[in-house]
Design a protein around this ligand. Structure first.
Ligand code: CP
Length: 316
């Protein structure tokens, strides 16, 4: 693997292989075993043009547990605010000897531009670009579902026949898109449930069922219900739904949570708008994987860094 830019182009065997490597990394990620020397002498740059808590910190932890040096770059307070271009920023990082670049950017496609540019010879990992993709979030979500369903026997398995309902602001969600491609590649059945105004106009070619009624979706007893964050920062006032109305029709409130099948998993990529798309009772329940997702993110990101930065990178 040369870069990790999306899950759309990820094959089933490649995805399962990455999840299996993440299983191998889990004891180190969870600090039960000391860090590995795998990336000693290599430098990972976290290049964040948008805010992040989970993704940035877990990439930093993942790189350090593989013994890499880590440079954290935030656009705020950098020369980007003086108008410096992505090209000049990338060339500056190249001059500092970056071997891997983890990039989050508000523009969809920015990681692809960087990977194709020749400005820097480093493995590029997309840590979220606009409304396009967030591949490591989807990988850690798949890893979390696999572990909940199959435990330690999950190695080598996909998610065949697992029914996943993804609810909320699909329009602005890179998490929804990356999960759609990855989960269906792994054999899961994905249903989106959302207000019509928070679905993309054109979903042709998307391998997902679509519904507008969350109560009907819950009555169908999905194995997994994934609540999406309302991304107010990407909406203008005309699109922003009335919070009370949104919560009443599309929120996982206590009543809906009580109707889920006992074995159902409740997921959220974070950060959560408690009381809007998810109630605290649901978010903090035993069915919730919210904190497992965060912890598993370190294992999955270790696997991604390992595949991109240890040894010779394959041209794929
Ligand atoms: N899920 C996610 O990407 O969270 P952050 O924005 O905190 O990184």
């Amino acid at each position: 693997m040369k870069h990790l830019l999306s899950t759309k182009g990820l094959g089933r065997a490649e995805a399962i292989g990455l999840l299996d490597i993440a299983e191998d990394m889990a004891d180190v990620a969870n600090r039960e075993v000391k860090k590995l020397p795998t990336l000693r002498g290599k430098t990972v740059v976290n290049l964040f043009f948008e805010d992040s808590t989970r993704t940035r910190i877990s990439f930093e932890a993942a790189a350090k547990r593989l013994s890499a040096d880590v440079i954290n770059f935030s656009a705020k307070g950098s020369s980007v605010s003086k108008g410096e271009s992505l090209k000049d920023t990338a060339q500056t990082l190249a001059a500092m000897g970056a071997d891997g670049v983890v990039i989050r950017h508000p523009a969809s496609g920015a990681p692809e531009v960087l990977a194709a540019s020749g400005w820097i010879d480093a493995g590029i990992i997309n840590a979220g670009d606009g409304t396009h993709e967030h591949p490591t979030q989807a990988l850690l979500d798949a890893f979390t579902i696999r572990r909940r369903l199959h435990g330690t026997a999950s190695r080598g398995t996909g998610l065949d026949g697992v029914r996943v309902t993804i609810v909320g602001d699909v329009l602005h969600s890179r998490v929804a898109r990356s999960n759609l491609w990855l989960l269906t590649t792994l054999g899961a059945e994905v249903t989106f449930v959302a207000p019509p105004t928070l679905l993309p106009m054109d979903m042709s070619g998307w391998p997902a069922a679509v519904g507008f009624d969350l109560d009907a979706a819950i009555a169908a007893k999905p194995d997994v219900i994934m609540m999406l964050r309302i991304q107010a920062e990407r909406m203008n006032a005309a699109f922003f739904p009335n919070s009370r109305e949104y919560s009443r029709r599309w929120g996982l409130d206590d009543v809906r949570f009580a109707r889920l099948a006992p074995a159902s998993i409740v997921m959220h990529p974070g950060p959560m708008n408690r009381g809007l798309e998810i109630s605290s009772e649901a978010a903090d329940s035993a069915a919730s994987t919210v904190l497992e997702q965060v912890a598993n993110g370190v294992s999955v990101r270790m696997a991604a860094l390992y595949l991109l930065m240890s040894g010779d990178r394959e041209d794929s």
